[in-house]
Design a protein around this ligand. Structure first.
Ligand SMILES: O=c1nc[nH]c2c1ncn2[C@H]1C[C@H](O)[C@@H](COP(=O)(O)OP(=O)(O)OP(=O)(O)O)O1
Ligand SMILES: [Mg+2]
Length: 189
C-alpha cells in the first residue's frame, strides 16, 4: 500500500522537483503525494518583526497580556546577521564556526541586541523595547554556561560575558538595557 502524504507548499518548483525525485527513486510506488498550497507563517525578517510576531502569538495563546524576549547577535561585517537567527547558527556551527565566519573580514565588531515585547492581549498592538551592547567576536574565553557568552567580548571591559560575574554582566548587558526600557515604558502605559 502506498503511503499517502500531503506536501504543504506554495512553491510549484519545489513540488515539481519533489515529484521528479520521487518518480526517479525506489519510492515511486510507495509514496502517493498530494499537494496543498498553504501560506504558512515563517517568521524571517528584522528583529522587530520577529519580536512582534512572537508576542502576538503568545498573547493569542494566553488570551491575555504577556511579554516575550528575543536576543540577536549582530555582526557589523555581515550588516547585522546572524541577528535573530543566532540560535540556529550557534546550534549548528558553534563558537568556532561563528568566529570563522568573520575570518575573511578585518572587522570583528558585533552588538548584542535584546528586544522585549509587550502585548496587552490577543488583538493589541505589540510594544517593543530594545537594549544593545557593543563588543566583538573573539575565540571562546570563560565558562560555557550560556549561549555565545564566551565569544562576545564587551567593549571597554576586555572581558567576554562569560568571564564576568553575573553581577557585572547584568549591569551592562543588552538584556539589562532592554529591561530598563521595558520598566520605564510599562510605567507609562
Ligand atoms: O545573554 C546571552 N548570552 C549568550 N547567549 C544568549 C544570550 N541571550 C540569548 N542567548 C542565546 C540563546 C539562543 O541561542 C539565542 C537567542 O535566541 P532566542 O530566540 O532569543 O532565545 P530562545 O529561543 O533560547 O528562547 P525563547 O523561548 O525566549 O525564544 O541566543
Ligand atoms: Mg526563541
Amino acid at each position: 500500500m502506498a503511503r499517502q502524504l500531503i506536501f504543504v507548499t506554495g512553491n510549484a518548483n519545489k513540488l515539481r522537483e519533489v515529484r521528479q525525485i520521487l518518480a526517479a527513486g525506489a519510492d515511486a510506488a510507495t509514496i502517493d503525494l498530494t499537494s496543498q498550497a498553504l501560506d504558512l507563517p515563517e517568521v524571517q525578517g528584522t528583529t522587530q518583526e520577529v519580536a512582534r510576531y512572537k508576542v502576538q502569538a503568545a498573547a493569542k495563546a494566553l488570551n491575555g497580556p504577556c511579554i516575550t524576549e528575543d536576543t540577536a547577535l549582530c555582526f557589523d561585517a555581515l550588516d547585522g546577521l546572524p541577528g535573530p537567527y543566532i540560535k540556529d547558527f550557534l546550534a549548528r556551527i558553534g563558537h568556532d564556526g561563528l568566529n570563522k565566519m568573520l575570518d575573511g573580514f578585518s572587522n570583528r565588531r558585533a552588538n548584542a541586541l535584546c528586544t522585549f515585547a509587550y502585548c496587552a492581549g490577543p488583538t493589541a498592538e505589540p510594544v517593543l523595547f530594545e537594549g544593545r551592547t557593543q563588543g566583538r567576536i573573539v575565540p571562546a574565553r570563560g565558562p560555557s554556561n550560556f549561549g555565545w557568552d564566551p565569544i562576545f567580548e564587551v567593549e571597554g571591559t576586555g572581558k567576554t560575558y562569560a568571564e564576568m560575574e553575573a553581577e557585572q554582566k547584568n549591569k551592562l548587558s543588552h538584556r539589562y538595557k532592554a529591561l530598563e526600557a521595558l520598566r520605564r515604558g510599562l510605567s507609562q502605559l
